[in-house]
Write a protein that binds this ligand. Sequence first.
Ligand code: SAH
Ligand code: SF4
Ligand code: F3S
Length: 477
Amino acid sequence: MSTEEKEILEGRQGEVLESVQNADATTSKKLYIESYGCQMNFSDSEVVASIMSENGFSTTRDVDEADVVLINTCSIRDNAEKRVRNRLTEFKKKKADNPEMVVGILGCMAERLKKSLLEQEKLVDLVAGPDAYRDLPNLIDEVGTGQKAVNVLLSRDETYADISPVRLDKGGISAFVTIMRGCDNMCSFCVVPFTRGRERSRDPETIVQECQDLFSKGYREVTLLGQNVDSFRWNITNKGEIKNKELPTVNFAQLLIMVAKVSPDLRVRFSTSHPKDMTDEVLHAMASFENICNYIHLPVQAGHSAVLKRMNRGYTREWYLERIEAIHKIIPDCAVSTDIISGFCAETDEEHEDTLSLMDIVAFDFAYMFKYSERPKTLAERKFEDDVPEAVKSKRLTEIIEKQLSYSLASNKERIGKTEKVLIEGISKRSEEHMSGRTGRNSMVVFPKGNFKKGDYINVKILDCTSATLLGEAVEH
Ligand code: SAH
Ligand code: SF4
Ligand code: F3S
């Protein structure tokens, strides 16, 4: 498999591994934290680092000097869980040499696997679910007294709104800002509503404050995060006090505008949009602010309405295509990416063909593509047979990936000759002599480094491309 295919498969959700650090090393106790899964988990790890730093922990990149090791886990597909298990086995070996080290799991595997990881396999000392991070210092104390420390209670109102996350990529220019937690959608394949609980929105004033703070610290891009950002809603029933009486309710379009007004030099992105809820009002907000990036991630999952119905997605093929038309009508030159699942329960060849035909109609700029993986407790597990053979799932996935690669390449080729405004993220991973950054449409651009520095906006003329990257050179305007 080529690197590009791997990037497409592993790029966003599910199995990405990254260790993180915070340079402040003045305190005595050390925390090592590793995150798997979606952007939400990465953002949560920054909240965790903040809670822990209040309690005297600084973060380290070196697991061998850690007093506490926390793994922020993902349950979205079986292979995501397997990776975490392998990693925990490695930590167990380290613990044999250093019995004082506390090993804990956080995140989406916590609820489901607390018993087996803690009691049967004895792989961890501590388990904390996504709404229990404020309790971490107590849980760590409990481990010290020899108890099994568990808190997997899900909350209806925890949003960590008052916590100022510790940014784990010091000197970064792009940050995640969580605007809501949980999910109420109950797509039949999905474990998230079980692992993260009910949907709740965060106080918009705290969101804007966090974005202002990031901008003043040199950040130039925020990505607003939620499982379904279009259902963001802050109002009286959604927790109390409205400080700004002018705004009795705030929907996602209004929130976008509030964040866009922080500064024209702060790029605003968001993820994930849901086809059943994405309104024209959001599209108009995007069109009216240059700094709201022309990029929408709109997961389709499947191209046939009967499959979408079994998936409980709440829209049809036609509805989805109408939303795509609305995007292109309201926002000229908007990039669109998607998520696709191959081999969902009872998917026929014809239904799969319709996924391919929808890809031909939409011509996505980018996609994340997965084989269906049955998850415990979900509606699909209870109602349907996971009956598409593994080989068929794989064959269909390969067809989907091949098609997408050709559309990704075509989409990049179209940019050749154009000049794009790029926000520089740093030195390119593949060459010291080049820098890389993103266009508003979210394409990665590589160009000779000149005297530029990260955080600068520059215009780059696109000269060449692969299916994953644009190559170009800086121009005056
Ligand atoms: N809230 C987002 C997606 C969250 S999960 C949304 O509604 O689009 C990210 C992606 O993982 C999903 O879009 C889906 O394509 C994939 N996914 C979720 N559950 C899966 C499963 N059981 N098997 C395979 N892929 C899955
Ligand atoms: Fe899962 Fe659906 Fe919620 Fe996305 S919208 S997190 S796919 S239940
Ligand atoms: Fe995984 Fe949980 Fe995110 S299951 S994809 S870490 S919401």
